[in-house]
Write a protein that binds this ligand. Structure first.
Ligand code: PMP
Length: 374
């Protein structure tokens, strides 16, 4: 039976472009390299997922991965890089638990779903307030600096650089007036454009968009901020100082996601680095936004200066056509375009791995669809 199956002529695979917001597409060359060494990694005769996280091979892999990440993002030695298991939102708890002492509070810019949840978790555990809230505008923009409000005894301020659900981004790093540590959730835009790590006390990102499959969260934290971490009570797994002291090996790390991250960093280096990806990402997003703005059928609810380059969100002016749009798009090989259930509509996620050809396939489909409906 299996022989018969293998003798059947192979169909040429249809090109599929995956616009999923996360877990998201990874570059085909990376996936092929993983497939090729899946059963025998580094001539060990076993798969990478069968190797101890304390083996010399895994240690060498992670040394290289961290060195590559430091080069890609120009991270100096004054920052620790932590490779933590668990979902990105675990940091929503870890951050206040590590850095908010009694009598202190933290300020949060609320610009969409993820910063709203981060603030709620900080308030659940400690004391935190909203610096500015974009929800009044339906998260169509980042509130202007004139509306920012900082309170006394603020231990850190926190923002989400790219709101994945609402498709809104901070075009510039929001710097607090006083010398207060800045913390950023970069889960959906890390490595998509350069940023100056020296502006930050801590940056974190879940892996499932621009880095690897889910399961890994990378935390980059300045040693001075780490030194201010509380002595407790912090659950041991969430204690940044313990994770740093154990080189992220306090518990078993998500080895497969770390291995994939290492592969992605090599891929980014080979592509020319984060600056090259930034140019590509800008061109991809611009191509799609230009079509939306020129169309009478499509509409982007986010104001131009704040539009995400990673998650392009749009609606059809005839909402009753959206199910048909999504169905026909899927049939054309353009998958996972349905907007997040909180906001509906359409969302095309254009992370680093999405080629320009994918965006062109989408814009061609959108033009055809609009023509047929007019
Ligand atoms: N922050 C941002 C910006 C996100 O997009 C997401 C998930 N999409 C999260 C946090 C939460 O990630 P996780 O599901 O890994 O907790």
């Amino acid at each position: 039976m299996s022989q018969q199956m293998s003798q059947q002529p192979k169909k040429s695979p249809k090109t599929i472009y995956n616009f999923s917001a996360g877990p998201a597409m990874l570059p085909p060359t990376v996936m092929q390299a993983v497939r090729d060494e899946w059963l025998d990694w580094q001539n060990l005769g076993v798969s990478v997922v069968e190797v101890s996280h304390r083996s010399p091979e895994y240690a060498a892999l992670m040394t290289q991965a961290e060195a590559d990440l430091r080069v890609l993002l120009s991270i100096p030695d004054t920052y620790h890089v932590l490779w933590l298991g668990g979902a990105a939102r675990m940091q929503f708890a870890s951050i206040p638990l590590n850095f908010l002492a009694h009598g202190q509070q933290a300020g949060y810019w609320v610009t969409g779903t993820w910063s709203e949840l981060a603030l709620a978790e900080a308030q659940h555990l400690k004391k935190a307030y909203c610096i500015a809230n974009a929800q009044d505008s339906g998260c169509a923009q980042i509130p202007p600096q004139s509306e920012w409000r900082f309170e006394d005894n603020t231990a850190y301020v926190y923002y989400t650089s790219n709101e994945t659900v609402h498709g809104v981004r901070f075009a510039e790093v929001p710097k607090p007036t006083k010398n207060i540590p800045l913390i950023a959730d970069m889960s959906s835009d890390i490595l998509s454009e350069p940023f100056n790590i020296n502006d930050f006390g801590l940056v974190f990102a879940g892996s499932q968009k621009n880095i690897a499959p889910p399961g890994l969260t990378i935390v980059i934290v300045h040693q001075d901020l780490l030194n201010t971490a509380l002595d407790g009570p912090i659950p041991t797994m969430l204690d940044y100082r313990i994770q740093a002291a154990h080189q992220s090996l306090y518990a078993t790390p998500p080895t497969f996601s770390c291995y994939m991250a290492a592969k992605m960093f090599s891929w980014i280096k080979a592509e020319g680095g984060v600056g090259v990806l930034q140019q590509r990402n800008h061109a991809k997003a611009q191509c799609l936004y230009d079509l939306i703005d020129a169309s009478s059928l499509y509409h982007c609810p986010v104001e131009k200066p704040y539009r995400s380059w990673m998650n392009v969100r749009f609606n059809l002016r005839k909402p009753e056509l959206e199910p048909l749009f999504l169905e026909q798009a899927a049939r054309a090989g353009l998958r996972a375009l349905k907007g997040h259930k909180q906001v509906g509509g359409v969302r095309a996620s254009l992370y680093n791995a999405m080629p320009m050809e994918g965006v062109e396939a989408l814009t061609n489909f959108m033009c055809d669809f609009a023509r047929l409906q007019s």
